[in-house]
Design a protein around this ligand. Structure first.
Ligand SMILES: C[S@@+](CC[C@H](N)C(=O)[O-])C[C@H]1O[C@@H](n2cnc3c(N)ncnc32)[C@H](O)[C@@H]1O
Length: 303
């Protein structure tokens, strides 16, 4: 069964992406503290703690992920601090642990495989999963709420801007018409509607026809792009000279933000970019872990 259509097997974890490339940029053997802004299930964090003698501060807004990370990092107890927070508040988290500046910051953006595939989290477009999509289950707005309350123009903007969906207008129009008759509550409700809204030939191209709409809703529900540039920029001010900032992104909207912050930091002589072109996973990794296919890694060193 494809991992994208099924749940992660019991006892297994999200598979971290481009681990060796991340370690090569982030860990130099002399660091005393590293900040993992998206610790998730601790995949990268575990390897950082194995490779370096540093103290690791890990942030995530998903309680379930943090619980799994805590278990996974147990062999290194005493060398890490994990907390539920938004990475936009990274400065306050570091102040709390009394580490004003770190030697490296990692962002592994987006969602984890568990978030994406566990039907109860509502990110998947398979079956009758509820349209939830919140990374933070205590967050105020679900995808179903957005579909119910947003105006047609707003829905069209979300689909176009965050999903780069060509058929944003017709999908938004059908959502608004259809919700008058019945609420859109499950993945199946929305997927069926998308099939009706787009031309037959488009249904056969570019992967699952609902992929772009689901990406767009997920980004809107979690406000993934709001303040992302400030958060990445802040990482540079939280890092010591010689330290590293590493960003892994999975779609062009995130990568565009990372690229422009990195360029700005270089122009201001705050950091130098380590690779002109972002690194991408090896063929072997792409085959082993298809989710890694879209990954782009950018890294910079503080001056
Ligand atoms: C790709 S996963 C990280 C996986 C992790 N590197 C690992 O190896 O297990 C991305 C994680 O970032 C978290 N996340 C996304 N946006 C966030 C934000 N603004 N603040 C805190 N965590 C965030 C998600 O909840 C998710 O767990």
């Amino acid at each position: 069964m494809s991992l994208l259509s099924g749940q992660l097997p019991e006892g297994s974890f999200h598979v971290p992406v481009m681990v060796e490339e991340v370690l090569a940029k982030l860990v130099r053997g002399t660091e005393s503290a590293i900040l993992d802004c998206t610790v998730g299930e601790g995949g990268h964090a575990l390897r950082i703690l194995e490779r370096s003698k540093c103290f690791l501060v890990g942030i995530d807004k998903d309680d379930q992920a943090l619980e799994l990370a805590r278990k996974r990092l147990m062999p290194y107890v005493g060398r890490f601090f994990l907390t539920k927070a938004d990475f936009r508040d990274a400065r306050a988290v570091l102040a709390l642990v009394g580490i004003p500046r770190v030697d490296g910051v990692l962002f592994d953006l987006g969602v984890s495989l568990r978030q994406l595939t566990d039907p109860s989290r509502g990110f998947t477009y398979w079956g009758d999963a509820p349209l939830d999509m919140r990374m933070d289950k205590t967050g105020p707005v679900t995808a179903a709420d957005l579909l119910e309350t947003s105006g047609e123009e707003e829905l069209e903007r979300i689909l176009r801007e965050y999903g780069e969906e060509r058929y944003a207008r017709s999908i938004a129009h059908l959502i608004v018409t259809e919700r008058e008759r019945r609420p859109l509550r499950t993945a199946r409700d929305l997927v069926e509607l998308i099939y009706r809204a787009i031309p037959a030939r488009a249904r056969r191209m570019g992967g699952h026809p609902a992929r772009r709409t689901f990406q767009a809703l997920r980004i809107a529900v979690n406000r993934e792009l709001d303040g992302l540039d400030r958060a990445i920029e802040m990482a540079f001010y939280l890092t010591k000279p010689g330290g590293r900032v590493v960003v892994l992104s999975y779609h062009s909207l995130e990568d565009r933000v990372a690229k422009s912050v990195f360029r700005r930091m270089e122009a201001a002589r705050i950091a130098s970019i380590l690779e002109r072109k972002p690194l991408t996973p090896t063929k072997a990794e792409r085959e082993r872990n298809p989710r890694s296919r879209s990954a782009k890694l950018r890294a910079a060193a503080l001056i």
